[in-house]
Design a protein around this ligand. Structure first.
Ligand code: TPP
Length: 199
């Protein structure tokens, strides 16, 4: 999957949503294609990927076929896409995915499995207490996990830096064995595709 293919998938979903063909929330990505493609160069088919409500790009890059993904989204599953056969799992609860990802990394370590865990989260989720616990536990136990903090500056409609009265966020520009941080600009609203859809 290249950048153009990812962008065109999101555009198709945006159009289906605005035509009232999807009866549940969708959360689209934009302007982060290159960053994600670079991260996925390190992710192997046997590795686990954990995501939030915003996960179309990760599903495509983990190998979920476009048609299968589109079918699930049309069924209303965009907000919590799970394809265990492709080792990708997501949750729409802020912070909810982090302990699950940490637990899988711990199980992989205990079972001496080669598979690594990659956990994606927004910059607001990264400021929550559960992130600090999961990261501390992962670092101290030397778990095979990597967290990717994706900063679009907003928590729904609220400016994340203003929320915490913090000019620089906790993981801003951090790069380590356990963390990758990148910034991107959403052209879409937090949820939906810009039109008020009524059924
Ligand atoms: C426990 C919980 N509280 C509130 C919400 C509503 N909610 C959904 S996304 C979100 C903001 C998350 O922002 P961020 O982590 O930066 O992710 P982004 O949507 O920008 O990718 C909130 C508060 C939720 N889904 N779960």
């Amino acid at each position: 999957m290249n950048s153009a293919q990812l962008i065109s998938f999101e555009k198709k979903i945006a159009s289906l949503f605005n035509k009232a063909k999807i009866r549940s929330p969708i959360h689209l990505y934009s302007n982060n294609e290159k960053a994600l493609i670079k991260i996925f160069k390190k992710i192997k088919p046997n590795d686990w990927v954990f995501c939030s409500w915003r996960s179309h790009y990760q599903c495509l890059l983990k190998g979920v076929p476009e048609k299968i993904l589109e079918k699930e989204i049309l069924k209303g599953k965009s907000i919590s896409l799970c394809f265990p056969e492709y080792k990708i799992y997501s949750s729409a609860i802020v912070g909810g995915i982090l302990p699950i990802a940490t637990g899988v990394a711990m199980a992989n370590k205990l079972k001496k499995k080669k598979s690594k865990v990659f956990c994606f989260l927004g910059e607001m989720t990264a400021e929550t207490g559960i992130m600090h616990e999961c990261l501390k536990f992962s670092i101290n136990k030397k778990l095979p996990i990597h967290f990717i903090v994706e900063d679009n500056g907003k928590s729904v409609c609220t400016n994340t830096r203003q929320t915490w009265s913090q000019k620089k966020l906790s993981f801003e520009n951090k790069k380590s064995k356990f963390i990758t941080y990148y910034k991107y600009k959403l052209i879409y609203p937090h949820a939906g595709a810009g039109k008020r859809v009524q059924f």
